[in-house]
Write a protein that binds this ligand. Structure first.
Ligand code: AMP
Ligand code: ZN
Length: 440
């Protein structure tokens, strides 16, 4: 078996993955801003990093991998939508997060180890901003707190842009209280109608970038192994996360590997809310089984763009159906070595799928499909499990809930129970552990 090699956006090269501590692999992926249905483009990072999570658990052991994927539940789009609907932001974001969980469970995605909500970490954000002010990396001005980009000598390193170039390209309508046009907001004031929290700078709310820096630090520490997200997050979001965290941590790097998925496109254009060329996961699931959507996603390498077409989906349905028919009824063996090798090479899922076609042993095929998050026993799943979920996914959620209970994180344990219940899974806690069965 080969070693794991990952493409790192920071060095723009593939590098062997060397963990900080093989007993504590740590990964952070920027999660959704929950104000509306997620679209199928938003599902791409969720699926891509789910495959990486499964691979890391396989290599280092399930108990040794911590995966954090946050929920951004305070944001101006959320405030606007909640005001429009006349509901609290909590009502809106809980409803949207629930929909998101149902959507991605149908795509065969395992729950991350932790799913922090930004509004549960406001105190940590304020504390981090205070540290940045003390380090002269931030300043308060007119109710705002801004990050001072001149405090970070290598600002622009991830995006490979120099500060001078960025300043030259900055718009003319820069807020007058900014010392440098590239300085970005850490905290902003809220009026009476806008959600806000008390802070040393008055009642206000955090900027988006500081949310991830504070949640990452709270759950993974100062430096972790992998940070991921879509390619559009490189600048400014990840560049700013780096600036904040590294200045708050006396220069310690935020993450050792930066990974970014390419765009899911429609006729050559990025699928996005603003262009209006999107299909929600919820709607896509009315037309296709979740696993076909997942398979269609994984037929392209994660760094390449995908053109999302009806024709591609039909092909995926046929190919996956054929593979599943062959695996159906087989006793699961080990994951096929060539499949694993392909994944070790910077998650080469198209190569892994090509290897599935070559695999002669049905048991290895069944195990490999399950490993990639697909149903490995079609007849059984058709009868019993909801589309797109497999036994392994349910087992993983049951295990995650057990771990949460052990860690006395009852909120997380209840969330997982509710999510399982929504999938038709009933839990039975006993002295020997937790068993599950499907609702009749
Ligand atoms: P957003 O809600 O726009 O912040 O996006 C949430 C996540 O989805 C981020 O990691 C984005 O990079 C990613 N994303 C958004 N649109 C696409 C797309 N068309 N293709 C791939 N990833 C996307
Ligand atoms: Zn983030």
């Amino acid at each position: 078996m080969r070693e794991l090699v990952l493409y790192d956006t920071m060095t723009k090269a593939k590098r062997a993955f060397v963990p900080i501590d093989a007993k504590k692999i740590r990964m952070y992926v920027c999660g959704p801003t929950v104000y509306d249905f997620a679209h199928i483009g938003n599902a791409r990072p969720i699926i891509v990093f789910d495959v990486l999570f499964r691979l890391l658990r396989h290599l280092y052991g399930e108990a040794h991998v911590t995966y954090v994927r946050n929920i951004t539940d305070i944001d101006d789009k959320i405030n606007a939508r909640a005001a429009e609907r006349g509901v609290s932001i909590r009502t809106l974001t809980e409803e949207t997060a629930k929909q998101f969980h149902a959507d991605i469970a149908a795509l065969g995605v395992l729950p991350p180890t932790h799913e922090p909500r930004a509004t549960d970490h406001i105190a940590e954000m304020i504390a981090m901003i205070e540290r940045l002010i003390r380090a002269n990396a931030a300043y308060a001005a007119e109710g705002h707190v801004l990050f001072n980009v001149e405090a970070k000598a290598d600002y622009g390193r991830l995006a490979r842009r120099s500060l001078d170039e960025m300043i030259a390209g900055a718009r003319v309508d820069v807020a007058p209280f900014k010392r440098n046009p590239m300085d970005f907001v850490l905290w902003k004031p809220s009026d009476d109608k806008t959600p806000g929290w008390e802070s040393p700078w008055g009642r206000g709310r955090p900027g988006w970038h500081i949310e991830c820096s504070a949640m990452g630090e709270a759950l993974l520490g100062e430096t972790f192994d992998i940070h991921g997200g879509g390619i559009d997050l490189v600048f400014p979001h990840h560049e700013n996360e780096i600036a904040q965290s590294e200045c708050a941590h006396g220069g310690a790097p935020l993450a050792n590997y930066w990974m970014h998925n390419g765009f899911l496109q429609v006729e050559g254009q990025k699928m996005s809310k603003s262009l209006g060329n999107f299909v929600t996961i919820h709607d896509a699931l009315k037309d296709w089984p979740g696993e076909v959507l997942r398979f269609n996603m994984l037929r392209s390498h994660y760094r390449q763009p995908i053109d999302w077409t009806e024709r591609g989906l039909k092909e995926s349905e046929t190919i996956l159906g054929r593979l599943e028919d062959r695996a159906s009824g087989a006793e699961k063996a080990s994951v096929a070595a060539p499949v694993l090798d392909a994944l070790l090479d910077d998650m080469n899922t198209p190569q892994a799928i090509a290897e599935l076609h070559q695999e002669k042993d049905e048991g290895a095929l069944a195990a490999s499909l399950a490993f990639l998050g697909f149903a490995s026993d079609k007849t059984k799943n058709d009868k019993r499990l909801p589309a797109g979920t497999d036994e392994a996914a349910i087992e993983a959620m049951v295990a995650a809930r057990f771990a949460a209970r052990k860690a006395k994180d009852f909120k997380e344990a209840d969330r997982l129970r509710a999510e399982l219940e929504a999938m038709g899974v009933i839990l039975k806690d006993g002295p020997e552990g937790t068993t599950w069965e499907l609702k009749r």
